[in-house]
Design a protein around this ligand. Structure first.
Ligand code: ADP
Ligand code: MG
Length: 192
């Protein structure tokens, strides 16, 4: 496996030419953990996320990144981004992500509290460089409303989707470049 960016990719052929195949949507999910054995939690959460992908989905996982808490407390976070195809609707996928968070002991005692596992639906319905579905209701905002502000999202996202554009926010490359230039958010890529 090449490790030029340490992004891990595996792919299966997608059923593009199978008229009977169920419709699926490409999604990007952000993972974060800063309590307990964060690496073990992320590895186990990735296994759980794979269960949400369709059978024919290609699967991508970024490197793991260590980041300082942003508007949050506690130890450094471990972060990653995963991309896969799912047949679930956006809200059904959010339900599934929150069920996985709960399984790993996520509690929400107060806003931005330390967490064993945070799963954010960053983008839904991505096609090429197009950042997919735009929606906002009381439960779900797409693209994720803070994705464009966070180095711990943009760095791993750029590994998987370097030419991507976050709807209404700009290109991943430009957003990441601006954050890097600001030097405000400490983050480092961990060796694979
Ligand atoms: P954060 O991830 O910003 O630290 P939480 O994980 O505590 O915050 O999520 C707070 C709420 O954000 C959730 O209850 C969820 O309904 C809402 N939310 C809105 N849009 C999204 C999204 N794209 N992905 C995940 N949660 C979202
Ligand atoms: Mg969250």
């Amino acid at each position: 496996m090449t490790k030029a960016t340490s992004a891990r990719t595996s792919s299966a052929s997608r059923p593009m030419d199978d008229p009977g195949a169920a419709a699926s949507s490409r999604v990007f999910v952000g993972l974060g953990a800063n309590l307990g054995d964060a690496r073990a939690t992320l590895e186990a959460a990735l296994v759980a996320l794979r269960g949400l992908a369709c059978a024919q989905s290609s699967w991508q996982v970024s490197s793991f990144w260590r980041s300082a808490p942003v508007e949050a407390s506690g130890p450094d976070f471990l972060n990653a981004v995963a991309a896969f195809d799912t047949a679930r609707t956006p809200h059904a996928l959010l339900d599934a992500l929150q069920a996985i968070e709960l399984h790993f002991g996520r509690e929400r005692p107060y806003r931005n509290a330390p967490r064993t596992l945070d799963l954010d639906l960053l983008l839904y319905g991505v096609a090429g460089v197009d950042g997919g579905r735009v929606l906002a209701d009381e439960r779900l905002v797409l693209p994720h409303p803070r994705a464009h502000l966070r180095a711990f999202v943009l760095e791993p996202l750029a590994e998987l989707w370097p030419d991507g554009v976050i709807a209404g926010r700009g290109s991943v490359a430009a957003l990441r470049g601006a954050l890097r230039a600001s030097g405000d958010q400490r983050i480092e890529r961990l060796p694979g």
